[in-house]
Every structure is written in structure tokens, then in C-alpha cells.
Ligand binder design. Structure first.
Ligand SMILES: C[S@@+](CC[C@H](N)C(=O)[O-])C[C@H]1O[C@@H](n2cnc3c(N)ncnc32)[C@H](O)[C@@H]1O
Length: 186
């Protein structure tokens, strides 16, 4: 058995945590893999809110949902996840994913940055339902990603209502992606 990648571990754990009918949020839709995973997890009666700052990401995510036959389970928002609370519009999600960094296959100069990510995480903590889970995958290996990863880890570890675990592969001393998985312990 190979140790799972952070995203693989996240999907395994969230498929246990998320129940049919839940509201969940993908705060960085990207190429739509996490959105489709979430749409499958919430089932036909659930709802996924997916956000991305790039039109290309929204369009790829829309196509991936169509191909999977799950477009009706997701609402897609072109914009910044710093507006998460307004976009959620009073909803209390059971799970929120931030898969940080740049759009694979897209413009690598457009990256998530702490100045927007931290306020977005603050909103995420505010709106999570009791017992809800927040997952952040950090990528310290690209320029800018290292500073963001440190800021995110500091922010999450100093948020008292969260109980958090950290998981990542060890990559011969090179910075490797890692998952911060938090539950709203109240
Ligand atoms: C690593 S990708 C996400 C991968 C995606 N979840 C998937 O399953 O394919 C990171 C995404 O964050 C988006 N992003 C960057 N800054 C953002 C912001 N301020 N608000 C929302 N999305 C942002 C990028 O456009 C990019 O598509």
C-alpha cells in the first residue's frame, strides 16, 4: 500500500463525514475534481457551492459536472472566496475545502494568497455547522505558496474552536503539499 496523497486522504475522510442532503463548499473550484467529488457525496438532495476567481476554472468545473450528470447539485460562483459568507447566504455547510495554489494547466501566476485566504478561512470557521469540517491543502513548493502555507497554519492553529490534524508526505527534504483537517469542536 502507498501512503495516500493529501487530496486522496481528504476524499476518503470526507466521504465518511458528508451525508446525503448536506450543504458543502469548494472554495477553490479549479479543475472541478473536488467539486464533482463533493457533488457525489451530497447526493441528489444536497448542494455544493463552488467558487473560483478564474473564468477558466468555472468553465472547466461546469463541464466536469455536466459530464458527471450532477450540474443540478452545484452552484458556481466566479469571484473571490474572501466573499464566502455572502456567497453562502446564511447556509451552514458541513464541509468546506480550500485546495490552494494555482490552476493546474492554467495561468500559474494566479495563485491563492494569504491576504484573501485568511479572511476566507475566518468566514469558513464562522459559517461551518456544529461538528462541520474544514480542509485546507497547502502547497509550499511554489513561489508564494510557502508564505501562504505558514500563514494558513498559524491562522488555523490559533483558532480555538478548531481541532486540527496535519498530514503530508515526506519528500526528501523538498517542500511537499500537506492537508490541514479541522473540525469545529464548538
Ligand atoms: C489548486 S487549484 C484548485 C484545485 C481544484 N479544487 C480541483 O479539484 O481541481 C486552486 C484554484 O484557486 C483559485 N483561486 C486563486 N485565488 C482565488 C481566490 N481569491 N478566490 C477563489 N479562488 C481562487 C485558482 O484560480 C485555482 O483555480
Amino acid at each position: 500500500m502507498l501512503p495516500p496523497l493529501p487530496t486522496e486522504l481528504l476524499h476518503t475522510l470526507f466521504s465518511e463525514h458528508i451525508a446525503p442532503g448536506d450543504l458543502v463548499i469548494d472554495a477553490t473550484a479549479g479543475n472541478g475534481f473536488d467539486t464533482v467529488f463533493l457533488a457525489e457525496a451530497v447526493g441528489p438532495s444536497g448542494k455544493v457551492i463552488a467558487i473560483d476567481i478564474q473564468e477558466k476554472a468555472i468553465s472547466v468545473t461546469r463541464k466536469r459536472l455536466e459530464k458527471a450528470g450532477m450540474s443540478d447539485r452545484a452552484s458556481l460562483h466566479l469571484g473571490c472566496h474572501a466573499n464566502l459568507k455572502e456567497i453562502a447566504d446564511g447556509g451552514a455547510p458541513s464541509a468546506i475545502i480550500f485546495n490552494l495554489g494555482y490552476l493546474p494547466g492554467g495561468d500559474q501566476s494566479v495563485i491563492t494568497r494569504a491576504e484573501k485566504t485568511l479572511p476566507a478561512l475566518g468566514s469558513a470557521v464562522e459559517i461551518l455547522c456544529p461538528g462541520g469540517c474544514l480542509a485546507v491543502i497547502c502547497y509550499p513548493g511554489h513561489p508564494g505558496g510557502d508564505a501562504e502555507a505558514i500563514a494558513v497554519e498559524n491562522f488555523i492553529s490559533s483558532t480555538p474552536e478548531l481541532r486540527t490534524a496535519r498530514y503530508g508526505l515526506i519528500a526528501n527534504g523538498k517542500p511537499a503539499p500537506f492537508l490541514l483537517l479541522s473540525c469545529n469542536a464548538g
